[in-house]
Design a protein around this ligand. Structure first.
Ligand code: HEM
Length: 126
C-alpha cells in the first residue's frame, strides 16, 4: 500500500538501529537511568530495535521474537520514577536529533514515546 509509515519515512531498520545505539550511549552516561539497566546492553538494544521497528509501523519483529509487548508489565521490576521518565525521554530526544530525524517524524515519535513513557511510570519520586 502507499501509506507512509514513520518507520519508512525516517529510513527504516538502519535508522532505528542508529537511534537505539545513540540512545543507549546516552543511557550509559546517565546516573539516574544506568542503575536500572543490565551491565551488558546488547540484548536490551536488540529488543528495543525490534520494538521500535514495530511501534513505528515496520515489520512486527518484536512480537515475532518476544510475544505481546505488555510493556508496562515488563517494566514493573524496575522502579520508574517521574525523573527516570524525564531522563529517558531526554536521551531519546538527543538520539533522534543526532540521527537527523526530521519533522514531521521527530514530533510524531516523541509524542508517541512520551505517552508510552508516562504509562511506564510505576514509582513516586523518592
Ligand atoms: C526494557 C527502563 C521507557 C521499551 C526496559 C528495561 C529497563 C527499562 C530497565 C529492562 C532492560 C532489558 O530488558 O534488557 C525504562 C525506563 C523508561 C522506559 C526507565 C522510562 C520511562 C520505555 C519506553 C519504551 C520502552 C517509553 C517504548 C517506547 C522497552 C522495551 C524493553 C524495555 C521494548 C524490552 C522488553 C522485553 O522484551 O523484555 N526498559 N524503559 N521503555 N523497554 Fe523500557
Amino acid at each position: 500500500n502507499n501509506i507512509e509509515t514513520v518507520y519508512s519515512g525516517i529510513g527504516g531498520y538502519e535508522k532505528i538501529e542508529g537511534i537505539v545505539e545513540t540512545f543507549y550511549g546516552y543511557v550509559k552516561e546517565n546516573p539516574i537511568l544506568i542503575p536500572l539497566f543490565p551491565d551488558d546492553l546488547t540484548e536490551t538494544m536488540h529488543k528495543q530495535t525490534l520494538f521500535l521497528t514495530q511501534f513505528f509501523g515496520g515489520p512486527r519483529l518484536y512480537e515475532a521474537e518476544r510475544g505481546h509487548p505488555m510493556l508496562r508489565r515488563r517494566h514493573l521490576p524496575f522502579p520508574i520514577t517521574p525523573s527516570a521518565r524525564d531522563e529517558w525521554l531526554a536521551c531519546m530526544k538527543l538520539a533522534l536529533i543526532e540521527n537527523q530525524v526530521e519533522e514531521p517524524y521527530y514530533t510524531e515519535m516523541i509524542e508517541r514515546m512520551t505517552l508510552t513513557a508516562n504509562h511506564m511510570m510505576n514509582t513516586p519520586e523518592s
